[in-house]
Design a protein around this ligand. Structure first.
Ligand SMILES: O=C(O)[C@H]1O[C@H](OP(=O)(O)OP(=O)(O)OC[C@H]2O[C@@H](n3ccc(=O)[nH]c3=O)[C@H](O)[C@@H]2O)[C@H](O)[C@@H](O)[C@@H]1O
Length: 395
């Protein structure tokens, strides 16, 4: 018997032992309240024995990444919508490594099975091919609601679907949270501030968004998602957390993501012109994905219920960023200026005072370190894509 199948069997025994234990204890309590203590003591011993065996098995070499052992009281069942996506898959890794049970619901519009393949078959992991525009009936303790395309070309590709995901999808997830009493974290965005008139942006700023522009499907979709969250919190007592996520980058971004970090790196690696939309004077502040994941987990664990900005406050112009990437890669790509995008926010930088005070969180990964890892990832992805192309043309 393999270690993994032994673990599965043990986990099943564990679950049925606990269910059986509850029934027995209930019956004993009715018949003979004094005997209840002995009963509970016996059960504690059984659980301790099973936990110790499971703990031993966790330490033995296996095909999955190492995870911590959590007992049944500490281990949570966590749903991540969009868990096979760029951010969702990194969050999956962290929560799995912590020893939780992770259930991913993803429609694979921008998510990929590849992002979570290292967990497929793990007893703590489940991948559901599901579009959250349809209701999902499962039992969970926490929900990270990340499902939505986040890159402008992706969310503008099917604006109606983007709105549905952020409105109907969010209603479905808030409904699920209400039914099962789960805490839910909604992934909102810096885009709720639109093209900001206040700089840097604190959470108290209400934003400057064009409700009928090409970005509105996402911006307004996320603004409604926030409104829905607080309506459910007020009216239905749902325990909500709202993260306003600023520009994030890192490995597992799609080659066709279309956002600035991936575009510039790929263009520089291939010696193609680096495309700047507009004059390049617009600014952004980039955070590495592992910082974001730590921020999301800290927010979920905290008692703070108002929106919290999660981003790196180091700001750069896009023109400067293009040259920076070209220099690190040592590329001789030219810079090519294209038409500015409609409603493109001209500056963006998070005020993270709230995250620092309430979550004791701030980003730790420098742009240099983050870009090195990301460039390495894209180099491999490009090689992989070239190999696949060559294989296809041969066959
Ligand atoms: O990366 C993110 O996390 C954010 O990405 C987008 O927001 P945006 O800031 O417009 O992201 P990009 O498409 O990466 O654009 C950043 C800036 O670079 C410019 N850009 C982009 C791509 C390119 O090839 N060239 C270029 O100059 C854009 O015009 C924009 O000014 C999403 O709308 C946000 O929800 C998301 O949080």
């Amino acid at each position: 018997m393999t270690i993994d199948s032994e673990k599965t069997i043990l986990l099943n025994i564990y679950c049925s032992e606990i269910t059986h234990a509850i029934h027995t204890a209930e019956k004993t309590a009715e018949r003979n309240p004094e005997a209840l203590e002995d009963e509970v003591e016996g059960l504690r011993k059984t659980i301790a024995r099973l936990e110790s065996r499971l703990g031993q098995l966790q330490k033995t070499p296996k095909s999955f990444p190492q995870i911590k052992f959590k007992n049944y009281k500490e281990r949570k069942r966590i749903l991540i919508t969009g868990g096979a996506g760029f951010v969702g898959s990194h969050l999956t890794d962290r929560l799995m490594e912590e020893g939780h049970e992770v259930i991913i619901a993803d429609n694979f519009f921008t998510g990929r099975k590849r992002n979570v393949e290292n967990w497929i078959g793990h007893p703590n992991f489940e991948l559901i091919h599901h579009d959250i525009v349809n209701p999902l009936l499962i039992e969970v303790d926490e929900i990270y609601h990340l499902a939505s395309p986040a890159s402008p070309p992706h969310y503008m590709y099917n604006p109606v679907k983007t709105i549905k995901t952020n409105t109907v999808g969010t209603i479905n997830m808030l409904g699920l949270a209400r039914r099962v009493g789960a805490r839910i974290l909604i992934a909102s965005t810096s885009e709720v501030y639109g093209d900001p008139e206040v700089h840097p942006q604190p959470e108290s700023y209400w934003g400057h968004v064009n409700p009928i522009g090409p970005r509105a499907c996402y911006d307004e979709g996320k603004r409604v998602a926030e409104t829905l969250s607080y309506a459910y919190a007020k009216q239905e007592n749902v325990d909500v957390r709202v993260a306003r996520i600023f520009n994030t980058y890192g490995p597992r971004m799609h080659l066709n993501d279309g956002r600035v970090v991936s575009n510039f790196i790929i263009q520089a690696l291939q010696g193609e012109p680096i495309t700047i939309y507009g004059d390049g004077q617009q600014t952004r502040s980039f955070q590495y994905v592992s910082d974001l994941v730590e921020g999301l987990m800290a927010l979920m664990a905290s008692n703070y219920t108002l929106p919290v900005n999660l981003g790196n406050p180091t700001e750069r112009t896009i023109g400067d960023f293009a040259k920076h990437i070209r220099d690190i890669i040592g590329s001789n790509s030219k810079i090519k200026y294209l038409k500015a995008q409609t409603d493109d926010p001209q500056r963006r930088r998070p005020d993270i005072s709230r995250a620092k005070t309430e979550l004791n969180w701030e980003p730790e990964v420098s742009l240099k370190e983050g870009l090195e890892k990301t460039i390495k990832y894209f180099r491999k992805e490009l090689q992989h894509a070239q190999l696949s192309e060559a294989e296809e043309s041969e066959s």
